[in-house]
Design a protein around this ligand. Structure first.
Ligand SMILES: [Zn+2]
Length: 457
């Protein structure tokens, strides 16, 4: 699917996007004028000298960023608390903007606090290729979630700059603001309105936070990115799960970001004396909840696939040791790439709930309270990522993303693609979060080669 025609196959066999220095180009033109044999700059030659990022510089960028939000007296291994709008976030953003300047970019902050860095292409009429991630973290998070994609975006820009590579498409990197609460990219995608301004994140009101980081709460509408205005959006990110690490595969090609259905279950029994109510006469809401939680597990695991179901929140009333529980409220959350599949599983859970209600003498209501549609990665871009990895001699695996990402918001506006690199032990949102330096560099190289490949088509 490519909603943007100007981004499609291009018959012009340009030299742009190839690793050609200005001097080589000048030599070529001068030689042609002098009637000399001009060295041919063909695609096979480019393959021989495949452009790569500077792995050591990328590591330095990541280590440099880790300082902002590091626990007092800690080291890189102690993780980071760089939550949105905090002093550490502000300092980290300044660090990133300085690194962008060194890569030849002029950072621009939009009213939603997102940082952009544009690099011109040779054909200004073409839509831009966007890529990036985020640098805010959860409290007590790790140094790879978001950071790998953001620092790699800068490293890619730096690599193109110092190798004098001119792409046809303009390029634009972005560091989204407040990703951990999904604020910056939804605002840019038109998926959130100004009601977010009064919300409080980590003790800071979004309105004040946005002002702190250079945004403008009064002009939020101007942060909107028009649909179909970019060629594609690419995001490199750590997997945050253990699939790649377990399979020993360095590159994950994301098929999409999963759809989420959220339900609230309410189980009405009757509260009564725990000493005087005989067992057969009880209407125990918590017993029904226990059976329902087990039914969720059974329904979700009964068929093959990567769907997941979770009951993670439970309230018991009156919640006293000597009272038969009269009311229980709990959440049910279902995730899968297929919205149809989780809708069907939700229906089956509803059916099982009515059986349980009859069996336990309770009344069960399950209400759907939220639905996030899936964000499917563009099939053509998935192939391009695979080709880029193959060109670098890296094995790939296709997988869904069970976690939310900024890319899911960009998917509302245009084609997206995501590259995953392994998380050691599948640990994330923890100081123990770890991705091998080589895997970070591999991811950045795949990002770079995918950008060049999209640029060529
Ligand atoms: Zn992230």
């Amino acid at each position: 699917m490519n909603s943007n025609p100007s981004c499609g196959p291009n018959s012009k066999e340009g030299m742009q996007g190839m690793r050609v220095s200005r001097r080589e180009l000048l030599y070529g033109m001068a030689a042609a004028c002098a009637g000399l044999a001009v060295p041919t700059l063909s695609v096979p030659q480019e393959k021989k000298v495949m452009l790569r990022v500077d792995a050591a510089r990328l590591r330095k960028l990541l280590e440099g960023l880790s300082v902002y939000g590091q626990p007092e007296g800690g080291t890189f291994a102690d993780g980071v608390s760089r939550f949105a709008y905090s002093d550490a976030d502000l300092a980290g953003r300044n660090y990133a903007m300085n690194a962008m300047r060194e890569a030849g970019l002029k950072p621009r902050i939009d009213p939603a606090g997102n940082i952009f860095g544009a690099r011109a292409g040779s054909d200004a009429s073409l839509p831009r290729i966007m890529f990036g991630s985020h640098i805010d973290s959860v409290p007590n998070g790790g140094n790879f979630d978001g950071d790998v994609g953001s620092m790699s975006a800068i490293e890619v820009m730096q690599t193109l700059e110092e190798n004098h590579v001119m792409t046809k498409h303009p390029l634009e990197m972005v560091t989204w603001s407040n990703e951990e609460n999904l604020v910056g990219s939804p605002l840019a995608a038109g998926g959130m309105d100004k009601s977010v301004l009064s919300r409080v994140f980590n003790g800071i009101r979004a309105e004040d936070g946005l002002r702190r980081i250079g945004g403008d709460p009064a002009r939020l509408a101007e942060a909107r990115i028009p649909p179909h205005s970019f060629c594609c959006y690419l995001e490199l990110h750590i997997e945050q799960g253990g699939t790649l690490d377990k399979a020993k595969i360095p590159i994950g090609v994301v098929e999409g970001i999963v759809s989420i259905d959220e339900y609230e279950a309410e189980i009405h029994g009757s509260a009564n004396h725990a000493g005087t109510t005989p067992m057969p006469e009880r209407h125990n809401a918590l017993l029904a909840a226990a059976k329902l939680i087990e039914a969720v597990q059974d329904v979700v695991t009964r068929e093959p696939g990567r769907q997941v179901g979770t009951v993670g929140q439970l309230q018991v009333f009156p919640n006293a040791h000597n009272v038969v529980p009269g009311l229980v409220k709990h959440s049910i959350e279902l995730r899968d790439l297929s919205a149809e599949k989780i809708a069907r599983l939700g229906d089956e859970i509803q059916r099982r709930a009515q059986e349980i209600a009859r069996e336990t003498g309770t009344e069960i209501q399950i209400k759907k309270v939220d639905h996030d549609p899936p964000a499917i990665a563009d099939p053509d871009i998935q192939e391009k990522i695979e080709e880029a990895a193959a060109g670098l001699g890296l094995k790939t695996m296709r997988l869904p993303s069970g976690a939310g990402h900024d890319a899911q918001w960009m998917a509302r506006l245009g084609p997206i693609g995501m590259i995953f690199v392994p998380s050691v032990g599948g640990i994330s949102h923890s100081p123990k979060e770890l991705t091998a330096w080589q895997d970070c560099a591999n991811g950045a190289n795949v990002l770079l080669q995918t950008i060049l490949s999209v640029d060529r088509r």
